[in-house]
Each structure stands twice: as C-alpha cells, then as structure tokens.
Write a protein that binds this ligand. Structure first.
Ligand code: AMP
Ligand code: ZN
Length: 481
C-alpha cells in the first residue's frame, strides 16, 4: 500500500516517492495576517494537516513549513490593488506589525481549535528579507529580470517553462490578455520581485537592497522561505486552487531560474474552494465567516472539521448552516457510538489492544480506511470506515476503540480524549443533539401558543449553560461564558 496524491503538475494521481527515502519536506502557503482567517482559508489548513498527519502515519519524517505573510501581499495576486497589511493597519490605526501580531495569534487559536498540528517551522516574511534578496540576486544574475519604474520585475518570456503548472500558453494568453494596470510591466504576466517605488506613500516596512530601499513581492517570500528550510528542491507544496495560475506559477519560475534545478517541487497539492451561495468566500470581498461566527452559532470547531472531512479536498464544498448542522448531528451520533463502545471497555484495554496489534475484523476496517486515505486522501470514504467499525457490534470493543483511535491520528477529531472524558465537554456529543431537540420542541410549543412550556425549555437550557437567541434565521444557541 502506498500513498498516492493528485499532482497538479501533470494533472494526474501519482504514488508519493520522496526525494530522500523516509523523509518528506512539505510547504503549505500560510495566511496573510491582515484579518481573521475565514472558514474557506481554514479548509486549506485542515487539508494540509490531514496530509501531514498521513505522511507521519506512513512513517515519513516530515518537516512541515508554513509562512506568515506580513508584508508585500497586494489585494490582487498579480501586483495590483492595495497592500493588504498597510490598509488593515490604517483602518485599525495600528502599526503593521501590531496588526500582524494580533491576527497571527488569532490564526493559531483557530488552528488549535480545529486540532491542526502546528507546523515544525513557522516563518515570518519580515524576518527573511535577507534570504529573499539573496534569491533575487541569483535570478537577476541569470538574466531573468528588468528594472522599470523603480521596481525589479521577473520577465516571464526569459523562462521557457513558464506556466507549466497552470497549463498556460503564453502566446495565446498574450494576445487575449487585458491591458495590465501596471504600466511598468513589459508583459502582463511579468511580476514584481522587489518594489522600491511604492505605490503607497505610507509603505510602513522598507529595507535596503541592491535595487534601492523597498520591500519584496509576495511570491518571492514563499520561494525563499520554503527553500531555506526544505532545500533548493523539495517534495510537496500546497495551497488553494487560486494559487495555481499566479502565485505558484511565479514561485516555480523564481525557484527554477534562481536555483537552476528542475523540478523545484515534485508534488503540487491544491484544495478546492469552500463556497457560499455559489461564490468563493474571500477576505477582501468582506462578509466572510470565521470560526468565531460558527462558535457564536453554537458550533464546535470540530463540527467544522468533521464537515470538511465529509468532502474530498479536491471537490468544491458548498457551505450552509444547515449543512453544518448536519455535520454537527452526525459527529454527535458518532460520539454516542464511541461512548457506547467505551462503556464496554477501558482506556487500558484499548491501549493494550493497540499494543498487541489490531487484528481480525477491526484490522479489516483499518485496512479499508488506509486504502481510502492512500487514494489521494479520500476522507469521506475513510469516515465511512470509522462509522462502519463503530456500528459493527460484532467487533471486540477494545479493538474497535484501538482501530478508531488509530484512524483518528489522521482524521484529528479528538476521539481518544472524547471517549474517556465525555462529561467534561457537555456541548459535544449527545448534549448537542439534546439542545437541537429542545429547540425544536420549544418552536412547536410556541406555535401551539404553549408559552409556559417554551419558557420552561429556555430556562432549563440556561441552567445547563446554554443561551437561546431567536434570530430571523431561527433559534441559535451559545454557551454562556
Ligand atoms: P490567504 O490568507 O488569502 O493567502 O489564503 C490562505 C489559504 O486559503 C490559501 O491557500 C488560499 O488558496 C486558501 N483559500 C482562500 N480562499 C479559500 C476558499 N474560499 N476555500 C478554500 N481555500 C481558500
Ligand atoms: Zn505562498
């Protein structure tokens, strides 16, 4: 059994073979910390987490690197628009670094709640300007650049393989391309390596460089930092599908031009979007949902993780509160099954079963789970195997738990903690279903004008730490802090 991944570079599913046997270098594009991560962004990080957990389960020594973009990312990925960090700092009347600090902390709070393991290396763009300048110098020495209007550009016509990842045909594209907003560019696909003539008078962070005082383009950040920690060639690079045509395409051009080796990265993994009402959720468009919004509506972060795992990472996923409620109820039932199994055994017995080796029918479920995961991380099929074993009363309970916990090393639903400490987090599991049932009963009571019963339900839930709120969309609940 071997892990296969769909590789955007080449557009086919391939068996993962690392450069160095037993090791895996993984880089996932991190957040631009000018605002909270929206739940679409978080889909990308859950995808990275599942992949990294899988690699570890398959025995690879993984180095997981993630950047924090705190400079240089304009609202258009192709050097157009405003500087995201500067704009956010101005609006908040704070310094750029303060804004970065606040949203970086918020980001890690979210990822922790989602049980996403922290990357081994978290690198900030502002702390790696030297590496970026060094790489730009190599690109310049190779003759791939030109200086225009105060900025240093990458000339994509000098790099014959440009657009390979995105299957771009430059000749076709040039003809149809809209006129670039940036008049300094010779071609619409050229991109900035180093800005000196800032479009923004108020550019907060600038550094000295051979091209003048300024700041780096966004794409060079990821290239310089990933290769600093993973080498001039490495195994896997990941991000959302929006990064294929510009960001990752430009990253490949920079790395292969600068380091002179091909391919820079062997496997490119891209997650599809989370969409709302048929539109991509995006930070700059405003009106996005955060994990905090979900919590305020009574959803645990793990409900959202479960919701994401229910779809393949390469399928577009439509978000709605109804669909999330479905995931919440499903997770609650799953935990009920887990509790029922845990009642028939102990943590020690489950551990002993695990140590002795998972055998018999439990091993069959685990094997089917692993096949699903190994086929390009098919989490929906993997979840079905978890359900299968928990529903199957013919499997020894200790073995069931041992197998479920093993599966959860990849799924990350905190099953082991839940199984033996169910009474500590009362909003998980059965209680959540209870709340939904009582809300429905209260709505019925109100419809029948039985207001005393409706009030009684509200009071009963309040006593148990749950506050009901009637909104236009219906009744929502939250924990009383
Ligand atoms: P950003 O902070 O904007 O650089 O984005 C962080 C990550 O989220 C990137 O990998 C994006 O490709 C990804 N992303 C952005 N929007 C969505 C979305 N609606 N659904 C899934 N992934 C997304
Ligand atoms: Zn990146």
């Amino acid at each position: 059994m071997a892990l296969s991944l769909y590789n955007t570079l080449g557009r086919k599913t391939e068996v993962f073979t690392p450069r160095v046997s037993g090791e895996a270098g993984f880089y996932g594009c991190g957040p631009t910390v000018y605002n909270y991560a929206h739940i679409g962004n978080l889909r990308a990080y859950v995808t990275h987490d599942v992949l990294v957990r899988t690699l570890r389960e398959r025995g690879y020594r993984v180095t997981h690197v993630m950047n924090i973009t705190d400079v240089g990312h304009l609202s258009g990925d192709n050097d157009e628009g405003e500087d995201k960090m500067v704009k956010s700092a101005e609006e908040a009347r704070k310094s750029v670094l303060e804004v970065a600090r606040v949203y970086t902390e918020a980001f890690f709070k979210d990822t922790e709640a989602l049980n996403i393991r922290r990357p081994d290396v978290v690198c900030r763009a502002t702390e790696h300007i030297g590496e970026m300048i060094a790489l730009i110098k190599r690109i310049e020495a190779g003759g791939y650049t030109y200086f225009s209007g105060g900025n240093l550009y990458f000339d994509v016509t000098k790099f014959p393989n440009y657009g390979e990842l995105a299957l771009l045909r430059l000749d076709e594209l040039e003809a149809g391309a809209r006129v670039g907003v940036d008049k300094n560019k010779r071609g619409p696909h050229d991109f900035v390596l180093w800005f000196t003539k800032s479009k923004f008078e108020n550019q907060a962070l600038v550094w000295d460089s051979p091209w003048g005082r300024g700041y780096p383009g966004w794409h060079i950040e990821c290239t310089a930092m990933s290769s600093k920690y993973l080498g001039e060639q490495f195994d896997i690079h990941a991000g959302g599908i929006d990064h294929i045509p510009i960001h990752h395409t430009n990253e490949i051009a920079q790395a292969e031009a600068g380091y002179g080796k091909r391919p820079w990265v062997r496997y490119w993994v891209h997650n599809e979007f989370l969409v709302m009402n048929k539109g991509k959720m995006s930070k700059s468009a405003g009106g996005f949902l955060t994990l905090q919004t979900l919590a305020e509506n009574g959803f645990d972060a793990l409900d959202y993780r479960y919701f994401l795992l229910g779809a393949h990472y390469r399928s577009q996923l439509q978000f709605s509160f109804d669909a999330l409620l479905g995931a919440k109820s499903a997770r609650a039932s799953l935990l009920d099954k887990l509790y029922a199994t845990a009642d028939k055994t102990t943590s020690e017995q489950a551990q002993a079963a695990c140590a002795a080796g998972i055998s018999g029918k439990a091993a069959d479920y685990l094997a089917a789970f692993n096949v699903a995961i190994d086929e390009d991380l098919s989490t929906p099929r993997a979840l079905a195997e978890l359900w299968g074993i928990l529903r199957d009363t013919g499997v020894d309970p200790a073995l069931t738990l041992a197998a479920a916990f093993r599966m959860d090393r990849i799924l990350g639903l905190r099953l082991e903690e839940a199984a033996f400490s169910r009474h500590t987090d009362t909003v998980d599991g059965a209680f959540a279903l209870d709340i939904e049932r009582l809300i429905a009963e209260r709505a019925e009571a109100k419809k029948a004008k039985q207001f005393a019963r409706a009030d009684e339900i509200r009071a009963h839930l309040k006593e148990r730490g749950i506050l009901l709120e009637d909104t236009k969309e219906g009744t929502v609940w939250k924990r009383i802090k």
